[in-house]
Design a protein around this ligand. Structure first.
Ligand SMILES: N[C@@H](CCC(=O)N[C@@H](CS)C(=O)NCC(=O)O)C(=O)O
Length: 248
């Protein structure tokens, strides 16, 4: 089995098979989410992509079994069939990897009253959200992984530039969410990354996100206060453990 999306596409031209509309109630309790384990090897680890998927599952009110795994504990089918990638969602005897694919799948099979995207109604806005947010995590990861002190200032500047982009964008849409008044998948994808940034740069670089980015600060507070964020989250020291390993 090459990739989960290819598998799903093979079953139907709609991309995710034909079972849409069976309703969440039929499916509850039959969803499993395999994700990175934390320092104790058993509790939830520091994965913003898993955090994202969990926020979507909880937003939709779907029950699921969370299965944190160390690299050694990954089942053979995951390693052999899916390159060991996590998060991995298992539903109806099919597995799906990549948080973007997983959340599209959930949105397709378990649609709510309002869509979690604005792509259909406001494609330009959807594009603007992507442009404003897509560079954030890469810039953060490059800064975090850098061990050469001389390279820190430009890498920090690059990250702050990306955060500034998000701040400016939030000023135009007026919040509380990226696309305005309605939460979208982009919010649930971004907030866990902002959590990593907040904790990671303070711990490893001794800097804080510039307080002048007031729209971003308000956005972060709003997202971090949401029940679905907190219920899917892990403590800050799990983040510093994870990035400590990535910096070795
Ligand atoms: N692009 C992927 C990234 C997933 C990813 O990087 N997962 C990492 C942690 S953040 C992971 O689970 N690593 C542990 C492992 O694979 O054993 C997605 O969106 O799902």
């Amino acid at each position: 089995m090459s990739s989960s999306i290819a598998l799903a596409s093979a079953r139907s031209t709609t991309g995710f098979g034909d079972a849409r509309g069976r309703g969440a109630r039929d499916e509850q309790g039959r969803i499993e989410l395999l994700c990175k384990a934390g320092p104790d090897g058993a509790a939830l680890g520091d994965c913003p992509f898993c955090h994202y998927v969990q926020m979507v599952l909880r937003y939709k009110g779907l029950r699921y079994r969370l299965i944190p795994l160390t690299p050694e504990d990954k089942p053979e089918w995951l390693v052999e069939g899916y390159g060991g990638k996590m998060p991995c969602l298992v539903h109806d005897e099919e597995a799906y990897t990549d948080s973007g694919t997983i959340t599209q799948y959930l949105e397709y099979f378990f649609p709510g009253e309002e869509p979690l995207t604005v792509e259909d109604e406001k494609p330009e806005l959807a594009e603007e959200v992507k442009t404003a947010t897509s560079g954030v995590f890469g810039a953060f990861a490059r800064y975090m992984k850098n061990m050469d002190k001389e390279q820190d200032p430009p890498l920090q500047a690059a990250l702050f530039e990306e955060l500034d982009k998000v701040d400016s964008f939030l000023q135009t849409t007026k919040g509380p969410f990226l696309a305005g008044e309605r939460i979208t998948l982009d919010d649930m994808a971004l907030a866990p990354k902002l959590y990593h940034i907040k904790v990671g740069v303070a711990h490893f670089k001794n800097v804080i996100i510039p307080p002048s980015l007031t729209a971003l600060a308000a956005y972060m507070q709003h997202m971090f206060d949401m029940d679905i964020f907190q219920e899917s989250s892990y403590p800050p020291d799990v983040i510093t453990w994870g990035w400590g390993n990535a910096r070795k």
